[in-house]
Structures are given as C-alpha cells and as structure tokens.
Write a protein that binds this ligand. Structure first.
Ligand code: G6P
Length: 614
C-alpha cells in the first residue's frame, strides 16, 4: 500500500518520479505528491488529492526543476484522502520532506510527546509525526540527517518504508525500511528508489533490496552506504532484475486486467517451463527436491494467505490431501498470526502471496519460523519480503500483475500447487502412477486448454450486458470448484461493486436459498466431475424457486441446458485442473460487468494490490 519513488542524479527528477508513480498506482491511488529540490537548494512540495494524473495536471506550469526528489502515491490509512494528508510531509521548519509507506502504530504517543516540545501538525497522518520526530532528534542532538533518522526509527513501532530529503542538500536521500518493501536502483552516478523495482526498470536492472531495519545513505556520485538501526554497516548486495518494459504495458488491451486474463496461456507456460519435463513427465521443483526429507516427514501442511491467494490455497488443500495424504489446513494469515496457533516443528507452513509483501502473510511466516516449522513460499515477485524470509519456495513466474484484481497470479499459484502435490505425492509413494502421468500430461497441455477457455470471451461479454442490473450474485461450486466459486464472487465484488457470495453448492440449502428470486442470479460451476449430478440437483432447486442461472459446463454437455438459463462451455481437463479452466469465464464475467457499469477496473475504489498494512 502506497508507492514511493525517489531519484538523485543528473536527470530532471520530476519526470522520473511521475513515471515511476504511474507504475506504482496499483499500490494506492487516492492522492499523490512530489518534493523536488531546485538547483539552488530550495525545496518545493506539490501534492493533491486524486491520482497521479491529477498531480501531473497540478504540476503544469509550475517550476518543478531539480535533479533530486521524492514522490508518493497514497492508499489512506490515517486521515481521509485530501491534499493535506497527501505525501510528502514537511517538518515544522519546512526543511525536511518525507514520504512513507506503512503504519506507525505508536504515532499518538510520539505526537503527544512532540506537542510538548511545541510541534503542531497540519495533517492527520502518522507520517507527519515521523518527519517531525526526525527533525526534533536532528535539532536536539545536533547530529547528521542519517543519524537523526536512525535514532527516530529506533523509537517507532510499526511498519515503514521511508525516504527523506533535506533542503539545501541537492545530492542525498536517506531511505529506510521495516516490513514495507524498498528497492534502490543503481545507475551511472545516479540512484533510483522505489517500492517496486519493476517501476524503474526503464533506467536500470541493478537493484539493492533493503532488509528490515536497514537505513541507506544514497548520495549522488558516491557508493551506496547501508547500515542497520544500531549504526553498524551492512553489506550491499546487488541483484539483477530481468524484466522487459512490455510486461508493464497494456499491449493493446483496454485494461491490464483484460490483458492479464488473456495472457494466462503464456504465463502458465512460463510457470510450467523446465518444471514438467515433457519427455519423462518428471517434475522438477528444486525447492521441494532440496528439502525432500522435510516433505517426507511432514506431519501437516498449513497454508497461510490472504484474498485470492487464500482461495488458491483452498485448492492446494484438495490437491495435497488427494495426492500426498498429508493433512492440510488453510488459514487466513491475519487470523493465524493472532490466534496462538499450534505449530509443530515437523509442520510445513506454505505462505502464498502474489506480491510477497502482504503484511499479515509476512507476520504469519515469521511466527511459523519462530515455532520451528519449515516455511515454504509460493510468490510471484522475485526478491519480495516473503520470498526472502521463507526457508525455500517456488516462484510462480507469471510476470508482473498490475490489475488490482488478481487473475493470472491465481492460476499460477494453483499450477505450482499442482506440481508440488504431484512431486511430493510421488516422493511419498501416495500418488498412483497412472494418475500422476495423466495430471502431468494435462499440465503440459494446460496452455492450450486455457487458450480454448478464453474463446468464451465474446459469449461472456454479451451475457454480462444482461446482468449489469443485478445488485447481488450467488456463485456455487463443489469440490475443487468450491474455491473457484469463492474466487469468481470476489472478482465481481472487487471491480463491479456488486455484492456476491460464493458457496459450496450443497450448503446453499442451509440458509442462502432464502435469497433466491428472479432478481438474484446464480453462477453455478457444473462441469463433469464426481459431484456433477449433485450440482445438477442444486441447480434444479434454484430453478424451481424462480432464480436465474448461468452455468459453467463441460464442452458438449447438454444436460445442464435444460435447467440453466445460460450455459458457458469450457474445455475438459483432469478434475484437479478444472478450477484453472472454470475461473476464466468468471474472471471475464466480472471484467465485462464492471466495464459496462463504467467502473475503474484496474484501480477499483478503496482497494490496493499490495496490502502492506494489517
Ligand atoms: C489484496 C489484493 C488481492 C490479493 C490480496 C493478497 O487484497 O487486492 O488481489 O489477493 O491482497 O495479496 P498477495 O500479494 O499476498 O497475494
């Protein structure tokens, strides 16, 4: 949540920052701002409510020249989205400007203490408290800016990624992080700073990722200097980010979400490449193979995740229990971390997170590690906090996901879980060879199957028009497709703002059936699987109560047509991979309903893609 960008070098800082902020808007988009230092050393802050494009308009005709600056796009935590609460925040004297991503939990105590020293505050943010605390330390201890930042951060409880500049110093940015990401891009005599390295990939591929409680002194023309909060120097490790700029663009689609839905055949191909060997159907996941003993001895697997990743984990539960015969629990990371859970040293905790930065999932990882469990990560963003804090893991390799509603990450996560379950099942001898071969072969065919599933797009687009009137929706599925129903409902909620509820189809009878009438459409996943007949009965029950039904059915299946109002045919594959196919029309349905309703699909209200606060 919140995106931060910084620049120091020979270029004009403002255009670099604005471009970076546009790429970070997925992290928050309720206000934006920039602080630049003019060549003579005077500093100006420009900020306003709204999106980065509003900030661009605001900057028109203003003097924003300068080769050092910091910028921010906000997802409000403390204080409503308005001009005053937008970042950067200035200190009392106006000499320090700060941008912040995260939450300072003890900001009230700090604010009250600062008030006793005569400080007043213009905004309701915790971030303004921090910049003033830094100034207070700087003035009272007469120390350097980096020392003031270090001492101030020692008093902070909470999460932060910050960047600070000081009037008069045209070559230096101080940055620090704890539980919020921060990457420093290294150029030729220049430095870039961002919450997400991908946002500044136009300028460099060499990055240093700050670790928790590290502080960086970033000075034009000088080597990068990193220290911990005790003031001890820490090593600078440079990593390459291999990403092409085209992966960050819409590629001819109207929205990132539509592009990301349509690129799933390719992203799954990337996810599977080198991991399912076509000639032998062998599965190669080095994270599992190198830790074979742990998987052989596992007493239990606990998934921790949030949002869409939690839905993927529910499918993972089916996969692992079926193929590995290991009991599995699926936990909301936010509940798990505060529940005093029972964790055994021979448990494996699998953290699932697209961004690898979700605060609750990260905290669950730390808890599990402290309890002595082996912690495995399934992440998309390479080098992310969760990827770095787990013992081992598998990247899903689906490329940057920019639309706030997760699509290709979900299918990538389920694909990795399928490979993991097959491999562990084979190692443990719990998966029957014939079944193993069928699933491994189906994985290789998955890109083609997804291409086929995407052919439903036109039909779904037409259908979506019919349903823009609806205020509520029910989604039903069973077995492997129960989590698909939850995920379909979440997609619709997130981007169309229509209330939607996902249910196990049979559970409908225990209450929610009371909601059924002609105004309540139901999306039922009724593909040919072991619960097909049962789902058909559930559909009949809705029909006989006057409900409208959209059914996702297997290609060529005519039976459901007799009771459903609309049928969307999807290709068949092995049952355990059906969620990947069934979710495609549900992603498309949410997308088209939302666009017909005029919603901002890529940046829906109130949401952020990367939830780095609790
Ligand atoms: C946010 C996003 C969701 C995402 C969830 C978990 O709520 O809007 O799309 O599923 O966070 O994110 P993660 O990066 O941990 O998968």
């Amino acid at each position: 949540m919140c995106g931060i960008v910084g620049y120091v070098g020979e270029r004009q800082a403002c255009p670099v920052i604005i471009k970076g902020l546009h790429r970070l808007e997925y992290r928050g988009y309720d206000s934006a701002g920039v602080a630049v230092m003019h060549p003579g050393g005077g500093m100006d802050v420009f900020k306003c409510k709204g999106k980065v494009s509003d900030l661009e308009h605001f900057l028109e005709g203003k003097d924003s020249a300068g080769t050092i600056g910091i910028g921010h796009t906000r997802w409000a935590t403390h204080g409503v989205p308005n001009d005053a609460n937008a970042h950067p925040h200035l200190s009392r004297s106006g000499k320090l400007a700060l941008i912040h991503n995260g939450i300072i939990e003890n900001f009230r105590v700090l604010r009250d203490a600062l008030r006793t020293h005569g400080f007043t505050f213009r905004s309701s943010t915790d971030s303004e408290v921090l910049v003033n605390l830094i100034e207070y330390v700087r003035e009272s201890e007469k120390c350097s800016l980096e020392e003031a930042v270090r001492v101030a951060l020692k008093q902070v409880v909470g999460a932060y990624a910050i960047a600070v500049i000081e009037e008069g110093n045209t070559s230096r940015i101080i940055a620090a992080r704890k539980s919020s990401p921060m990457a420093i891009g290294l150029g030729d005599g220049e430095y870039f700073l961002s919450s997400d390295a991908a946002s500044i990939i136009d300028y460099t591929q060499d990055f240093v990722y700050l670790n928790d409680e590290e502080l960086a002194v970033i000075e034009k023309g000088k080597p990068l200097h990193i220290m911990n909060l005790d003031g001890k120097d820490t090593p600078v490790s440079i990593q390459k980010l291999n990403l092409s700029i085209s992966q960050l663009e819409k590629g001819g689609f109207d929205h990132f979400m539509l592009k990301e839905i349509h690129e799933q055949p390719e992203t799954l191909e990337d996810c599977i490449r080198g991991r399912v060997i076509p000639e032998t159907l062998e599965i190669v996941l080095s994270g599992v193979i190198e830790n074979k003993e742990k998987f052989l001895a596992a007493r239990r697997i606990i998934f921790v995740a949030c949002g869409t990743s939690w839905h993927a984990a529910l499918i993972g539960e089916h996969l692992i229990e079926n193929m590995c015969r290991i009991p599995v629990e699926v936990e909301y990371a936010s509940e798990f971390r505060y529940r005093n859970p029972v964790i055994f040293p021979d448990d494996i905790v699998i953290a699932v997170s697209q961004s690898g930065e979700t605060a609750d999932t990260l905290a669950a990882v730390e808890l599990a590690r402290k309890a002595g469990a082996f912690v495995y990560g399934i992440c998309n963003v390479v080098g992310s906090s969760i990827a770095r804090s787990t013992d081992s893991g598998t990247y899903i390799h689906v490329g940057p996901e920019i639309g706030v509603a997760s699509t290709k990450a979900f299918t990538g996560q389920v694909t990795v879980m399928t490979m993991l379950a097959l491999l562990v099942g084979r190692l443990r001898g719990t998966v029957e060879e014939g079944y193993y071969h069928r699933v491994a072969q189906a994985l290789l065919e998955l890109p083609a199957t997804m291409r086929e599933a995407l052919k439903t797009a036109d039909q779904v687009a037409a259908l979506a028009k019919t349903f823009t009137y609806a205020h509520n929706f029910i989604y039903l599925g069973r077995g492997y497709n129960y989590p698909t129903a939850l995920e379909g409902a979440l997609k619709l909620k997130e981007i169309s703002y229509i209330h939607a509820e996902g249910l196990p189809a049979a559970e409908m009878k225990h209450g929610s059936i009371a909601l059924i009438d002609a105004e309540m459409p139901t999306v039922a996943i009724a593909t040919l699987d072991r619960t097909y007949e049962k789902t058909l009965s559930n559909i009949e029950e809705i029909k006989s109560r006057g409900g409208k039904i959209i059914a996702v059915v297997s290609k060529g299946d005519d039976l459901v047509r007799h009771c459903a109002d609309y049928c969307i045919e999807v290709p068949s594959t092995v049952e355990c991979l059906m969620p990947l196919v069934s979710i495609v029309p549900l992603q498309l349905l949410a997308y088209y309903i939302a666009t017909y309703k005029g919603r901002n699909v890529d940046q829906p209200r109130n949401l952020a893609k990367s939830v780095t606060v609790e």
